[in-house]
Design a protein. Structure first.
Length: 117
């Protein structure tokens, strides 16, 4: 995981957008990743997150849990309708096992986290 010391990295951002990205951050790095985003965000800045609603399938993240993670770091949070996507993944080893899921709509969840000014 890349981390940047304040004195060596002076960019500050107004907005982070993570579309189907946050779920790829290793669990061991997750908290520090959120803290690093907060450190690099201007007051009033926003973090927009869209994830597959994995809770429905594997009891992973849900909107409330994700919002709570950001609230614990001092963000105001809001959920929003983030649409869905049509399942289109394949498995190289067992393609027939995935084929019957093709076309099923998979719900996304959306959270907007705003750093107070």
């Amino acid at each position: 995981m890349l981390t940047y010391e304040s004195e060596n990295f002076h960019l500050v951002f107004e907005d982070f957008r993570m579309i189907h990205t946050l779920e790829h951050i290793p669990t061991a790095d997750y908290l520090q990743f959120l803290k690093d985003m907060k450190r690099k965000l201007k007051p009033g800045g926003k973090v927009t997150i869209v994830l597959t609603d994995a809770e429905a399938a594997i009891n992973m993240w849900n909107t409330l849990d994700l919002a709570r993670d950001f609230q614990a770091l001092g963000f105001d949070t809001f959920s929003f309708e983030a649409g869905s996507w049509s399942f289109d993944l394949t498995d190289e080893f067992f393609p027939e096992e995935m084929a019957h899921f093709h076309g099923i709509q998979i719900k996304n969840l959306g959270v907007l986290a705003v750093l107070p000014e």
